[in-house]
Design a protein around this ligand. Structure first.
Ligand code: GBH
Length: 475
């Protein structure tokens, strides 16, 4: 009855201080890719190469938020949410990723954005790393394969805390390290495109976890802010819920995807047991002396364990999976999981091949996190859906948001999950990585062939505001 209603979200049935937000990331919206002293990142380089991105699109201009940030602040204020999540381009502050050269023009840009948000009563949620590694660190060290880069990341994080931390109280170290490691070093579809599906995919993740911990430890506690990491995961639905091996496969899949990063940080400084066991066993069968999964020293475990104030969750979709013993000769992250896909039911699709509408999965994954990580405070830092036509009458997006948010509400009110906030991806249509401008996730429409890049609210933007207003008025 009261909590679950088809027509709106009962905003005031969420906790009073529930943090409603919307999000973007630097490379996806800023443009200004070489302005005012900014250095190149691996995404700048990647997307200049014709054919790497769909339609050879790139983020050189994107939504032009580097110049139009005041318009962004206005549409965020119109949404009425009290938070906004964006990321800092490391190369704007440190053009080559090191502290040899601090670019004050880049710092000034983020100061203006932060101050304009605060003027309107909007709290910034800042991501330090949303995939745009300084190209110099890639060239010089081989990117995340080299532990030296974790020191540079620490220095970058410290610079951000020192310069912005007086006003910014919510920090995300990494956005979706799974994507960085798996798509950058496993599949190699994303930069740096280093193909090593069974070895370096694990090395990259290993160093990112260390880099996260360093940033956490360098945070000045007297600033009274929160620091966490944002992990992406789908819900892995067991093909046959009465088959114990499918239930185990579901659990194993989530551990390989999210637990890979979460278990060290939120449980005990080390990888999930099932991951250690699987990779070790397969490595041995493949005739190796050592597991392909790197090990943390005892000291490192203690250093990594507990480096969080919250868990950020990016959740979009689900898949159906079953158990499948893999026996590949070389060894790969995919093979190490011992699972395979088992269809997609008749779940409704979207503008993205990988994204199907599965609201129930959000409630299930929130319960999984509650159980595994001692009911850690969770912020949903991304959730949303794409289309390809960018229609303003986006009833499908309203349906998506309504159903997912209501499942989240069930997790909060009926299941006792400790969810503190929710973030819509995205504030506006933007550069959708490998698929360029062809997939649109925005609450606002952006015309990418119009030099003014005017932002136009879609139906979902009005809905996101009004559904919450409706709840407030209900009393
Ligand atoms: C998030 O990633 C990102 O944080 C955000 O920047 C992005 O815009 C948003 O979601 C929407 O995608 O083409 O088959 O190789 C979510 C994870 C990463 C899933 C890219 C799809 C490409 C799959 N997404 N991935 S594929």
């Amino acid at each position: 009855g009261r909590i679950l209603h088809e027509d709106g979200i009962y905003y005031d049935d969420f906790p009073k201080d529930f943090a409603w937000s919307s999000a973007t990331s630097a490379y996806q919206v800023e443009g200004g890719w070489n302005e005012d002293g900014k250095g190149p990142s691996i995404w700048d380089t990647h997307s200049q190469i014709p054919g790497r991105v769909f339609n050879s699109d790139n983020g050189n201009v994107a939504c032009d938020s580097y110049h139009k940030y005041m318009e962004d602040v206005k549409i965020i204020a119109d949404l009425g949410t009290k938070y906004y999540r964006f990321s800092i381009a490391w190369t704007r502050l440190m053009p080559d990723g090191t502290d040899r050269n601090i670019n004050e023009a880049g710092i000034a840009y983020y100061n203006q954005l932060i101050n304009a948000l605060l003027d309107k009563g909007i709290q910034p949620m800042i991501t330090l790393y949303h995939w745009d590694l300084p190209q110099y660190l890639q060239n010089t060290y081989g990117g995340w394969l080299n532990e030296t880069v974790t020191e540079h990341f620490k220095n970058y994080a410290k610079l951000c805390f020192d310069r912005f931390g007086d006003r910014v109280k919510f920090w995300i170290t990494f956005n979706e390290p799974w994507i960085v490691a798996y798509l950058g070093y496993g599949v190699a579809a994303f930069p740096p495109g280093h193909y090593s599906p069974g070895i370096d995919v694990y090395v990259a993740a290993h160093n990112i976890i260390k880099a996260h911990a360093k940033a956490y430890h360098v945070f000045p506690r007297k600033q009274n802010g929160k620091v966490g990491i944002t992990l992406n995961v789908g819900w892995s639905e067991p093909y046959d819920m009465y088959n114990p091996s499918d239930l185990e496969a579901s659990d194993r899949d989530i551990n390989f995807n999210l637990g890979w990063f979460a278990h060290p940080i939120y449980v005990n400084g080390d990888y999930p047991e099932v991951m250690k066991a699987n990779v070790a066993e397969k490595s041995q069968l493949q005739g190796r002396q050592k597991s392909r999964l790197p090990e943390f020293t005892q000291q490192e475990k203690e250093y990594i364990n507990g480096t969080f104030d919250f868990l950020g969750l990016n959740f979009y979709t689900s898949s159906v999976i079953t158990s499948d013993k893999k026996t590949d000769r070389e060894g790969s992250y995919d093979g190490d999981k011992d699972i395979k896909g088992a269809g997609t039911q008749d779940w409704i699709g979207s503008g993205s091949s990988w994204l199907r509408v599965t609201p129930f999965g959000l409630r299930k994954i929130l319960n999984w996190l509650k159980k595994e990580y001692n009911n850690v405070p969770v912020y949903v830092t991304e959730n949303g859906v794409s289309d390809r036509n960018g229609t303003l009458r986006d009833y499908h997006r309203i349906h998506y948001y309504r159903t997912y948010i209501n499942e989240m509400l069930k997790a909060v009110r009926l299941d006792g999950c400790n969810v503190k906030g929710y973030t819509a991806w995205s504030l506006m249509d933007n550069f959708e990585w490998g698929t360029g401008y062809s997939e649109r996730f925005g609450l606002h429409f952006v015309n990418f062939s119009d030099p003014t890049r005017t932002r136009v609210p879609k139906g979902s933007a009005y809905w996101y505001t009004q559904a919450r207003e409706y709840g407030r008025r209900r009393k």
